[in-house]
Ligand binder design. Structure first.
Ligand code: AKG
Ligand code: FE2
Length: 207
């Protein structure tokens, strides 16, 4: 069941799932602006290929990443410490618009580049301690549409699938990270790239 509402003049859908607070603004960025931003970021971002260690074995992360943020907003993700790249003027302006819609502030953002459908992100929750107990995560998608799958951690029958199109903004709050995992599965038929930016707030003096 989905409800529609208006959020700052934007159409938005509440994704109604147990133990989750998820809202999708399908047209957060107008198509032309989203397309321009996508081209710009593809060129301008210093995309990195990272390795992670799983059970003692080094593996390449199946996507390219970059970490932007305020000074000091360092973040450990999949066992890798990310020191932030300072915001550009353009990214700072984008961050402000997203903060207004979400009514919160963000001090960092993880950028993912899925070069094509062979790139992916595996099941996880954005529940690292530095994000605090009930993190608000705002996820902007640009470029090729990709599926985001969600599964409840306890109730194995509870699953959901969304398609994240270019210019859409997905906002996750409350218990979403504590109770659910999400992934962007491989979709080998997709040949076009996609960029996803998740805006986050790193709590610097967490326990
Ligand atoms: O690409 C996406 O839509 C999700 C990315 C994600 O889950 C993450 O960066 O934590
Ligand atoms: Fe995530």
């Amino acid at each position: 069941m989905q409800q529609s509402s208006l959020c700052f003049g934007q159409s938005s859908e509440i994704i109604q799932l147990k133990d989750a607070e998820i809202e999708l603004l399908p047209h957060f960025l107008p198509a032309e602006e989203g397309g321009n931003l996508f081209e710009n970021l593809l060129e301008a971002v210093d995309w990195q290929s990272e390795t992670i260690r799983i059970a003692g074995v080094e593996r390449l992360v199946p996507r390219l990443t970059a970490w932007y943020g305020d000074k000091g907003a360092s973040y450990t993700y999949s066992g890798v410490i990310h020191h932030p790249i300072p915001w550009s003027e353009q990214l700072l302006a984008l961050k402000k618009r997203i903060e207004q819609v979400c009514q919160t502030s963000f001090n960092s953002a993880l950028f993912n580049l899925y070069r094509d459908g062979r790139d992916s992100v595996a099941w996880h929750s954005d529940d690292e301690p530095e994000l605090g107990a009930k993190p608000i995560i705002a996820s902007l998608s640009l470029g090729a549409p990709r599926s985001l799958q969600l599964k409840h951690k306890k109730h194995k029958d509870l699953r959901h699938k969304l398609t994240l199109t270019s210019g859409s903004l997905l906002v996750m709050r409350g218990d979403t990270q504590r109770c659910w995992q999400h992934q962007v599965p491989k979709e080998p038929a997709i040949t076009e790239p996609r960029i996803n930016i998740t805006f986050r707030n790193i709590v610097t003096n967490h326990k």
